[in-house]
Design a protein around this ligand. Structure first.
Ligand SMILES: C[S@@+](CC[C@H](N)C(=O)[O-])C[C@H]1O[C@@H](n2cnc3c(N)ncnc32)[C@H](O)[C@@H]1O
Length: 224
C-alpha cells in the first residue's frame, strides 16, 4: 500500500510502536498504512463527520484492521483520551482549525506527546501559535505532491515561549534544509508574499516588512 508524498511524510514522522491518533482521518489512509506496514500496532482514526468516518470504517474493514484501528466520532480531540494517543496527527486542514484543535486539548502540553501537523493554509499562523504556546518545532520537512508543496511539522511541548521572527513564521527552519522540496516551498511562499505586497504602497510598514522578508528568503533583493 502506498500513500501520496504528503501523507508519506506525515507517516515518516510517527514513532515506531506507539499509539497514534489521526484527527480528521477521512478515509483512514494514514492509520491503515501505519498499521499495515507494521510501524505501529494500534491507532485511532477520528473525524468530526459521519460521512468521512464511514469511509474510514470501510477502508479499515477492507484491510482487515478493525481490531487494531478504532474509529471515533470526535470534534478535534474532544473524545480522545491521552492514554489513546502518543503521536497525534492533524493533517489536511487549515492552520486556524489545527490551532483550534490543539488549543482545546490541554493534555497536549506533555513532552511525551508528539504532534505531527500538516496545515493546508495559514502555516505562518500555526508556527506563531506554536512558538507563543510552548510548543517546539523539533523537525519540519517539505514535500511536493501533485505539483503542490506542503510542509509537515513535528512538534513537542516544552513550555518555553519563543520569539517568532517573520522568517520563522513563513518558513520555519526550512531555509536551512537545503532539499529541493524545501527550496520549492520557499519559492511558493515568496510568490505569495509578492502578491500580498501589491496591496500596499512602497514605504508602508507592511510593504517594507514583506519586501525585506522576500529578500531574506530569496537571499537577495531581487523584487522588481
Ligand atoms: C481534507 S480532509 C483530510 C484527510 C486526511 N487527514 C488527509 O490529510 O488527507 C479533512 C478532514 O478533516 C475533518 N475535520 C474537519 N474539522 C474537523 C474537526 N474539528 N475535528 C475532526 N475532524 C475534522 C473533515 O471531516 C475531513 O474528513
Amino acid at each position: 500500500m502506498k500513500l501520496d508524498e504528503r501523507l508519506m511524510l506525515c507517516a515518516s514522522f510517527v514513532r515506531d510502536g506507539i499509539k497514534a491518533v489521526d484527527v480528521g482521518t477521512d478515509h483512514a489512509y494514514l492509520p491503515v498504512y501505519l498499521v499495515k506496514s507494521g510501524k505501529i500496532k494500534e491507532a485511532v482514526a477520528s473525524d468530526v463527520r459521519e460521512g468521512p468516518l464511514s469511509n474510514a470504517k470501510k477502508n479499515i474493514q477492507k484491510n482487515g484492521l478493525s481490531e487494531q484501528i478504532r474509529t471515533v466520532l470526535s470534534d478535534g480531540l474532544a473524545e480522545i483520551t491521552p492514554a489513546q494517543a502518543d503521536d497525534i496527527i492533524i493533517a489536511g486542514m487549515g492552520g486556524e482549525l489545527i490551532i483550534k484543535i490543539i488549543d482545546a486539548a490541554c493534555w497536549l502540553k506533555d513532552s511525551d506527546k508528539h504532534l505531527i501537523l500538516q496545515p493546508m493554509t495559514r502555516a505562518e499562523e500555526l508556527r506563531e501559535y506554536l512558538c507563543k504556546n510552548g510548543f517546539y518545532i523539533q523537525k519540519e520537512k517539505a514535500c511536493i505532491s501533485c505539483k503542490k508543496t506542503y510542509s509537515v511539522m513535528l512538534c513537542v511541548y516544552d513550555g518555553k515561549i519563543r520569539e517568532c521572527s517573520d522568517k520563522f513564521r513563513y518558513v520555519g527552519n526550512l531555509d536551512q534544509d537545503g532539499s529541493p522540496e524545501a527550496e520549492r516551498y520557499i519559492d511558493v511562499v515568496c510568490e505569495k508574499l509578492k502578491k500580498k505586497i501589491k496591496g500596499f504602497e512602497k514605504g508602508m510598514p507592511e510593504y517594507d516588512s514583506f519586501y525585506r522578508l522576500i529578500g531574506i528568503l530569496k537571499r537577495e533583493n531581487d523584487l522588481k
